[in-house]
Design a binder for this molecule. Sequence first.
Ligand code: FE2
Length: 308
Amino acid sequence: MALTGVLRPGYTQIRVTDMQAAVDFYTNILGLVETGRDDSGRVYFKAHDERDHHCVILRLADKPGNDFYAFKVLNQATLGELEEKLNAYGVATERRPAGELLETGERVRFTIPTGHVFELYWEQTEVGDGLGYLNPPILIDNRKGISPIRLDHWQLHGADLDGTFDLFTKVLGFTLTEKILGEDGKTVMAVWLTCSNKAHDIAFVRDTRSDTLHHAAFLIETWEKLLNAADLMAKHKVFIDIGPLRHGITRGTSIYFFDPSGNRMETFCGGYSFYPDMKPYTWTWDEVGSAIFYHTRELNERFLTVVT
Ligand code: FE2
């Protein structure tokens, strides 16, 4: 199957409680590239290997968390088709005008059953990765800090997991790659979904705290660079939740950490390639430790309880 419809996680608007500290962290520690500031004081960033204008928007607020999450879709026709499918499914949508976000075209906004606000868009100014399109070199100059190559996925929590799962699989074209069953062996507690060839583009966890974020994840090229990211976090006294570690689910490697406002982030590396003919993996409750933290096989309290 060619990649059509929803392509990938595009951008996320993150609430920060101290903009100066946040800009310093996202620029010099996480190592994103600032690409603009708008009239309302929001600051925009992209990761080095991304070609579009931004993947992160920081907004000053009195508490951490994310305002909305956006997926890029293939083209203008796809945006209209998905909006029609959402409406036919009973999901109300709202068109947000081009230019409301810097360098971004018209967006379709809607709320999913777990309470999160999502957007679809197809157009964002291409700023490139600085390497050009003719005989490009490999190395990007002046990379700072951890320097992930792109926004990779989110893990979101909410009560109506079944409703969100149905919406993503029946309307938005996502495919289940892995799930965790509860103690009763029946209730689905968490799902990993892909819209691409990745092991996941988004994960949802059943939780009474709807409209919450567990983490936003950024992609790292190699395990060695992930280890280097941990060294950088230690040097700069970043609050590490846990890691470096291996996941059973997705088989990716990871570090979980917090930005200065308390938003949990992940640096993620690896994971298998998924094709639509592959069956999903199922994890049982007695093996949930291995599913999440493959080596230690135990979940820590903070990882289970802190969401924003
Ligand atoms: Fe993750």
